[in-house]
Write a protein that binds this ligand. Structure first.
Ligand code: HPA
Length: 267
């Protein structure tokens, strides 16, 4: 754990109180407003020294510490992506801070393109596993043996079970699938999508995978849900754009909020 993470955790405790969050929630593109559902203290990333900028539109670069459905949570309203800086470990400091605050669970959300007709735009997908199509790794350069992280059950089976039960309680479909990480910021070509479909991916996006690797490295239990904003390149006539992602994400966001609330009530 870096010194900076401990210092930032101390600063956050002064602002928001010393009760440790149980869960860290990272909000993806177009989902930033979910941070407003939390009753608590919001801190701008700009006030947290060395925090990544998280400058992509559709994100809400604030850390909100408070309670949602009676559970103490830390909500990251925006994330830093590899494609913003070229650093696959761009989220390492925020996740170290989460760990230093005492959280045990990391719940990630993102916007993604789907490769499955039964998970159309507007639907959610629970990530069961991933394919690191970028070949990048946030732990390259890490010196300790802790870098050899086992990824067999990276997406925690008990958390997945609880999230599926929450979706069922809300009468929402929540298919499970494999998420492929593509570096971005350009979208994939149809040929790339055919390739990763063949390899077994169900959805594709530009985040989450490095955060799950870092989360497991830090000993956090991880789970992740994609909001499908489009069919992946070449799979429909609809044009793919960031504007479209931002416009579509709220369709999934409403379901996601209900599922998350039901999940937290049982947590
Ligand atoms: N590809 C990559 N990232 C995305 C997509 C996509 O089709 N949609 C939303 N984020």
């Amino acid at each position: 754990m870096s010194r900076n993470a401990e210092d930032l955790a101390a600063q956050i405790r002064v602002a928001a109180g010393a009760v440790p969050p149980k869960i860290g929630l990272v909000l993806g593109s177009g989902l930033g407003h979910l941070a407003e559902a939390v009753q608590g203290v919001a801190i701008d990333y700009a006030d947290l020294e060395s925090f990544p900028h998280a400058g992509v539109s559709g994100h809400n670069p604030k850390l909100v510490i408070g309670t949602l459905e009676g559970v103490r949570v830390a909500v990251f309203g925006g994330r830093a992506h590899y494609y913003e800086s070229g650093n696959p470990a761009a989220m390492r400091l925020p996740l170290e801070v989460l760990k230093a605050l005492g959280a045990e669970t990391l719940l990630l959300t993102n916007a993604a393109g789907s490769m499955r007709a039964d998970i159309p735009p507007g639907a959610l997908m629970l990530i069961s596993d991933h394919i690191n199509f970028s070949g990048l790794n946030p732990l390259i350069g890490e010196k300790t043996d802790a870098r050899f992280v086992a990824m067999g059950d990276a997406y925690d089976p008990a958390l997945r079970h609880a999230l599926k039960a929450a979706a069922e309680a809300e009468s929402e479909a929540l298919e499970e699938g494999t998420y492929a990480w593509y570096s971005g910021p350009s979208f994939e070509t149809p040929a790339e999508i055919r390739a990763i479909r063949t390899l077994g991916a169900d959805a594709v996006g530009m985040s989450t995978v490095p955060e799950v690797i870092l989360g497991r490295f830090l000993g956090l239990k991880c789970a992740a849900i994609s909001t499908v904003t489009n069919m992946a390149a070449g799979m429909s006539d609809e044009a793919i754009s960031h504007e479209h992602t931002k416009a579509m994400a709220p369709l999934g966001a409403e379901k996601l909020e209900r599922i998350l609330r039901a999940f937290l009530r049982q947590y």
